[in-house]
Write a protein that binds this ligand. Structure first.
Ligand code: SF4
Length: 172
């Protein structure tokens, strides 16, 4: 089953990407810079957790739109057109399924938008409440609960919900 292709490259800009968001991004990126990211090089141990339905900020949505607009269309369609529904691990015989994030590249087993992935994806595996699922990351930097608190101040919606907001704005 193919997923519907999202709005691509039409975000109207502005949004939350003002000074408050940019301050947040600087703090977030400094925290990410203190993470044991070398441990994650070439590892896809948390890739199975890339499930659909989490919220992202408008600025994050817009960053992805801009990124996708610069990707060759055939590459974009290759990933966005993949079937994202997969059997529930360990319960394959039951027919129970889950849905991957639309940006999970199921052919290459990685994140198609990695350079602009949202905050929760950057924290995954490197915070006390979202620990590395295979226990490879042993040290997590301080500050992620405070960062998450700051992030909570921004409106967050799923990719699909932002698509709807965008379509309504484009059609006005
Ligand atoms: S944006 Fe990338 S890292 Fe985040 S859930 Fe989707 S595929 Fe995974």
């Amino acid at each position: 089953m193919a997923v519907a292709l999202p709005v691509v490259g039409q975000a109207r800009g502005g949004g939350e990407a003002g000074p408050i968001w940019r301050d947040f991004e600087r703090t977030r990126d400094a925290l990410v810079g203190a993470m044991e990211m070398g441990t994650c090089d070439g590892c896809d141990g948390c890739g199975g957790r890339c499930t659909n339905g989490f919220g992202v900020s408008r600025a994050e949505y817009e960053a992805v739109q801009a990124y996708l607009a610069a990707v060759p269309p055939e590459e974009r369609e290759r990933v966005l057109g993949q079937d994202k529904v997969a059997p529930w691990p360990g319960a394959e015989e039951t027919g129970v399924t889950f849905t991957f994030c639309r940006y999970r590249d199921r052919e290459n087993d990685n994140c198609f938008i990695y350079p602009v992935r949202p905050t929760v994806c950057r924290l995954f595996g490197h915070t006390p409440w979202l620990p590395c699922p295979i226990g490879a990351v042993r040290r997590v930097p301080a500050g992620s609960p405070e960062l998450w608190g700051d992030y909570s101040a921004f409106e967050r919606r799923t990719w699909e919900a932002w698509d709807e907001v965008e379509k309504i704005a484009i059609n006005k």
